[in-house]
Ligand binder design. Sequence first.
Ligand SMILES: [Zn+2]
Length: 110
Amino acid sequence: MREKASYDRDTRISRALRDVLPKYDIKEVIETRGSVSDLVKFRVKSKVPEKALSDYEVVVSREWKVPPSCNCPDGARRASVAGYCKHTIAVLLTNSELSCQMIELYLRDN
Ligand SMILES: [Zn+2]
């Protein structure tokens, strides 16, 4: 199902650009306790409170040891079938240190 997979991927990328980037603030969560972790956490927070959009948390491995994860429903599903949700894509696109991990979407079929 290569064609459907690439359709799903491109749909998520355009949703990240069209829906997530203009409507959410993406902030790195700085952990104050403990040592520097490989895992970096981002809060994806709605800029439109009256629309009651949920806030999400995306976790990315700096060293690419594990796939990025997001606690949205699509993110939970992606964790078992590969690919990233639109929040994860938005985080990766806006972070120059992590954007190279976007290539993962093109290396897999789904
Ligand atoms: Zn998500």
